[in-house]
Write a protein that binds this ligand. Structure first.
Ligand code: MIC
Ligand code: SF4
Length: 757
């Protein structure tokens, strides 16, 4: 039985009318993304022809999903909003807080005991507010959403950047911070700048060793980590239609790595097959009845250049398997070039560990194809050189692949299976020896490979590849092994080659599971009490941030001028810090500890301008806070790329940072800063970044006239007595300026709720 079928019926019931109205207003054929966006305007939003990349639009998403690590903050905020129940179907998934150490069973048990307090909190809040709860071990949020909730033409938001995975089932699914989720659960509009549209036309047919993953690895190489910012990517063409639904999911999932707002595919046969295989024939039938609105108008795909802001062509017939990395998901190297490129860059080529699975690549198809290679290794008497691990994305998949013998095959090449959770993908991998910080190489089928991401070791070179390639490279133990052309020597000393992988799109015998791990909320949650122990180290009820005092800011000190890449992992690291995701004051002790200080090139070492001494970022900031001195953080391009975690905005806010000034922002992070009452500013002239000196005192003399589209002034008083002015831009609209004034968007909801506004 499909969840929330009435809601889906409602969405489809009004689809045609809404699409037609939109077509009239836009006055030209519509892309799929436009149809879904226009069909989801909030009732308070007037229907006009929105300007892409400019207009702020109020939407009404159909559902919300939250994962444990971000749900804590989202729900702590929602608890303050004064609502009885979540206004739209919402779910919580326990997946990030699960360690990967010994193996699925023990790890799950240990994690439930170490994070029990948090899981119980999430369970009781979910129960209270009518939110579906997926227990630890049920699976990774995005896989569970694809299997149960995603539906073509729907719109959802989720407190995780890879929410976009649901584009594989034709949704417009967007990753957001918890404060955005609160808006939607409170029944308020969700605001998004109307995205620009990138069309990617896939022609030809994937050759034997290439897979859906290679398409997105290639796209990441073309567009880079910021090329998709502010855009929805729509895939189409014969190559797109031929992909499996889960393969489409992989492509959309990693769209987060190019900064895209989301990615999507038109409804087609593989989606229908997937819906039916996952027990949702009813949804498939409904989708079939509105099929023409679940794809772009035919003119669009015939003449894409006319309707998209950018069009990219990829011929799948010539697409090679890729390896992306190290340290960034957009450094794309085709496998045939790896030997040469690795040598030139001094990348270690011995592969220590191959890890498959994660929310990105753990479909039945992925696992069966990887298993076909593992099977060959056994049959051809090859000794697998690297360690090998499997992280299934859901209990449904784990149960089914176990039943079908694939886990057994992986065991035969020495593989081990971790819990159905994020584990090694989010620094929850207790990798033996990682503390020695040795230079080494791993390959995985996850999506991110920022420094320290998997095992906390900054010298681990992580490369992203398809599960098939990861398996082949783990067998060979060599990063530059090209299975298409190279042979291996087996235990008998014979030269053998691996045949191309083969697998099944969907299980021939159907999916199966004993306990998928879902717990429905009680009908009436008003009697449920949510307990947070006052002395808890893991959870802390939130205090409201102070409203703006209405005055210009004077005397800001520079906390840090970050150099180069500054992702959310640099601003609020995951791994060991995940345990404090529900305790703002404790987690604030990791604030910006991964960012490189421009002035001494060190991490977590900044000058305290009150003492002249160097200290850690959090300690230094706490001294400024204790002395009531406002501060500013300065950064480079694509500041805050990566995760949706709003901690990266709330922590600086909690510690007294007032403004973040950068060359450019990643979308989710910029919104998170605004929602939490911070000033998110960008240099009008990028070179002005160079004008910021270590011991500057900075004023904002015209903040009192803060208004949309009007640049603000920063007065820099340098240590040598000289001073200069620079202009900075911002993207706040009127409503967002109100968030700033109120101290946060949440403060504003509370005011409205109590009728004071
Ligand atoms: C990630 O992949 O970085 C995460 C962990 O899933 C994050 C969410 C988080 O930080 O909790 C994300 O992508 O949003
Ligand atoms: Fe979990 Fe990794 Fe997927 Fe994020 S990218 S949801 S950490 S598996």
């Amino acid at each position: 039985m499909a969840f929330d079928i009435d809601m889906i019926k409602k969405v489809y019931g009004r689809l045609e009318k809404r699409v037609e109205e939109a077509r009239k207003v836009v006055n030209k054929p519509l892309t799929l993304a436009e149809k879904t966006l226009y069909a989801h305007l909030h009732e308070t939003q007037e229907l006009i022809n929105f300007e892409r990349g400019k207009s702020y639009v109020n939407f009404a998403p159909d559902r919300v999903a939250m994962q444990d690590a971000t749900a804590q903050m989202a729900l702590l905020q929602f608890m303050q909003a004064g609502k009885k129940k979540a206004a739209v179907p919402s779910t919580v998934h326990c997946d990030h807080l699960i360690l990967a150490r010994e193996g699925a069973k023990e790890d799950l048990k240990n994690s439930i005991s170490t994070s029990g307090e948090v899981f119980n909190f999430l369970e009781s809040v979910s129960n209270k507010y009518g939110i579906g709860f997926w227990k630890p071990g049920a699976g990774i949020i995005h896989q569970v959403v694809l299997e149960n909730y995603a539906f073509p033409g729907g719109m959802m938001i989720g407190t995780d950047s890879h929410t976009v995975n649901a584009g594989g089932l034709g949704m417009i699914a967007v990753g957001v911070g918890g404060a955005d989720a609160v808006d939607v659960m409170a029944g308020m509009p969700w605001e998004l700048k109307f995205p620009k549209l990138i069309g990617i036309r896939l022609t030809g047919k994937l050759n034997a060793w290439a897979s859906a993953k290679d398409i997105i690895l290639k796209v990441a190489g073309i567009l880079t980590v910021k090329g998709g910012t502010g855009c929805i990517v729509e895939y189409f063409g014969p190559g797109a239609e031929a992909l499996s639904c889960t393969g489409k999911g992989t492509i959309c999932n990693m769209g987060a790595e190019i900064g895209a707002t989301t990615s999507t595919f038109g409804y087609g046969e593989s989606m229908e097959r997937y819906l039916r295989a996952t027990g949702r024939s009813e949804v498939a039938d409904l989708a079939n009845s509105v099929k023409q609105h679940l794809n772009a108008d035919p003119e669009v795909y015939q003449n894409p250049e006319k309707y998209f802001d950018q069009v990219i062509d990829i011929d799948l017939s010539t697409l090679e398997p890729h390896l992306n990395g190290p340290f960034s998901p957009d450094i794309a190297t085709p496998i045939s070039k790896m030997r040469e490129v690795a040598e030139k860059n001094g990348w270690p080529t011995k592969v220590e560990v191959g890890l498959i699975g994660s929310c990105t690549n753990s479909s039945y198809e992925d696992i069966s194809r990887a298993a076909s290679l593992a099977r060959q290794a056994v049959d051809k008497k090859l000794k697998t050189k690297a360690k090998f691990t499997v992280t299934p994305g859901s209990e449904l998949v784990r149960y089914t692949i176990d039943r079908d013998g694939f886990i057994d095959t992986f065991n035969q090449i020495g593989g081990s299976v971790f819990a159905n959770a994020c584990g090694p993908c989010i620094g929850q991998w207790e990798r033996p020896g990682a503390d020695k910080k040795e230079k080494n190489t791993i390959v995985h089928s996850f999506n991110r490979n920022f420094s320290k991401r998997a095992d906390g070791n900054p010298n681990t070179y992580a490369f992203v590849a398809s599960p098939e390639m990861v398996t082949a490279l783990a067998i060979a133990g060599d990063l530059s092994f090209n299975p298409i052309t190279d042979s291996l020597v087996n235990e008998k000393g014979e030269k053998v080659m691996l045949d191309p992988p083969s697998g099944f799109e969907l299980p021939v015998k159907g999916f199966d599971v004993e306990d998928a791990g879902y717990q429905a909320p009680v009908e009436d949650g008003s009697g449920v009490t949510v307990k947070v122990a006052p002395d808890s180290k893991r959870l802390q009820l939130l205090d409201a941030f102070a409203p703006w005092n209405g005055k210009n800011i004077k005397g800001m000190r520079l906390l840090i001028k970050a150099k180069g890449k500054c992702t959310t992992d640099h601003i609020s690291m995951a791994g060991p810090w995940l345990r404090f995701r529900g305790h703002l004051d404790n987690i604030a002790n990791n604030t910006l500890t991964g960012a490189v200080n421009f002035f001494n090139e060190k991490t977590d070492s900044v000058k305290n301008q009150l003492t002249g001494e160097y200290g850690t970022v959090p300690e230094t900031q706490r001294t400024y806070k204790a002395n009531n001195i406002p501060t500013i953080v300065v950064g480079d391009h694509n500041y805050g790329e990566g995760s949706s975690r709003e901690h990266a905005a709330m922590q600086p806010r909690h510690l007294g940072v007032r403004a973040v000034l950068v060359k450019s922002f990643a979308r989710i992070h910029e919104t998170n800063l605004k929602k939490q009452g911070m000033l998110a500013l960008t240099f009008m002239k990028e070179e002005d970044y160079d004008k910021i000196k270590e011991d500057d005192i900075i004023d904002m003399p015209d903040l009192e006239s803060f208004s949309p589209e009007k640049p603000l002034t920063l007065l820099l008083q340098h240590g040598d007595g000289s001073s200069e002015e620079i202009k900075v831009a911002h993207s706040y609209n009127d409503a967002q300026i109100e968030w700033f004034k109120a101290g946060s968007a949440l403060n504003l909801i509370k005011l409205q709720e109590s009728g004071n506004h």
